[in-house]
Design a binder for this molecule. Structure first.
Ligand code: SD4
Length: 307
């Protein structure tokens, strides 16, 4: 008997990404195809900070991180990938066509080219150019919490239509009960060249266990890596916690870490279990996520820890 498909993704990018996934899920398709197609929408968007239109690192270079995981522990990722439009699809090829899980930098690009992905021009979007010029005035690396909040402008380059986040993570349950996940990002804006965040790391930015469920993260990647965020959430669900309770318990653990305490950062989690129950939780106000059980997604404001 076919179950009810569902897709959940981070931020308001989900409003356009979820329908991309739903076109596959709604007609009985495979969750893996859905989470790839869904975030490809975001990777293509002009007005979004995921993919090649994203913000560059401190050297002015856009470097992309992504990973994907299916319902059988197969997984693949790319990190610090340059000039390739769809890192999520390269991540899927790493999973399906190599004996490896993660390719980085030049090697990842070489693999992408060998797989037939076109090399895109080395060029910043006009938004990213303006933001980078502005940043160069002070050259301070300062993660801004909730810059991703769609209600908040990103200063000189902000705009009503711009989706102010740097990552989309997506989890999907298909009609056959298969759960898969994807995550793609341009990473923290103005990061050090070569810096890799949580988003391409299986267990940190994304984790899927077919017997339990899946989880994914967004926000300050270093803090997520420190506690292996997505894997921790899935393990707590294995012990019987709901997706919501597991996201909250993991966030409390993150916030209890000495080096994290008192720092003005944002981290957020989403989770999904095999019953189709969902959860989401953020460290601070400003995080939202999109859930679809049909063609039209619902955007939901997340609960958060620090009041
Ligand atoms: C990173 N987790 O590179 C990503 C950034 C992010 O919304 O999620 N921004 O650390």
């Amino acid at each position: 008997l076919a179950g009810q498909p569902l897709v959940i993704s981070t931020w308001d990018a989900g409003l356009t990404a979820n329908p991309g996934a739903w076109r596959i899920l709604g007609s009985g398709g495979y969750a893996l195809d859905a989470v790839e197609a869904g975030v490809m929408v975001t990777e293509t968007e002009q007005t979004c900070c995921v993919g090649l239109n994203g913000y560059p690192d401190r050297d002015g270079i856009v470097t992309l991180d992504a990973c994907i995981m299916d319902e059988q522990f197969n997984c693949g990722g790319v990190a610090a990938l340059q000039r390739i439009k769809h890192p999520i699809s390269v991540a899927r090829r790493v999973m399906e066509r190599t004996p490896h899980v993660l390719l980085v930098g030049e090697g990842a690009q070489q693999f992408a080219l060998a797989q037939g992905f076109p090399l895109e021009p080395r060029k910043l979007s006009s938004d990213a150019t303006a933001a980078y010029k502005e940043w160069l005035k002070t050259s301070q690396y300062k993660p801004i919490p909730n810059i991703e909040n769609s209600g908040r402008k990103t200063g000189p380059v902000g705009g009503a239509s711009r989706q102010n986040h740097d990552t989309i993570a997506m989890l999907a349950l298909d009609a056959q009960g298969r759960i898969c996940g994807s995550c793609t990002t341009s990473g923290m804006r103005f990061k050090m060249h070569g810096r890799v965040g949580d988003s391409p790391l299986i267990g940190s930015g994304l984790f899927v266990d077919p017997a339990v469920g899946a989880a994914a993260a967004t926000g300050q990647g270093e803090e997520v890596i420190r506690i292996a965020g997505a894997h921790t959430i899935v393990e707590l669900m294995r012990q019987g916690l709901s997706p919501q309770a597991a996201c909250e318990a993991t966030m409390r653990r993150l916030d209890a870490i000495k080096s994290t305490q008192g720092r003005d950062i944002q981290v957020a989690f989403i989770a999904l279990n095999t019953k189709g129950e969902t959860g989401a939780y953020a460290l601070q106000t400003g995080f939202n996520y999109a859930v679809s059980t049909g063609p039209t997604p619902r955007l939901i404001d997340s609960a958060f820890l620090r009041k």
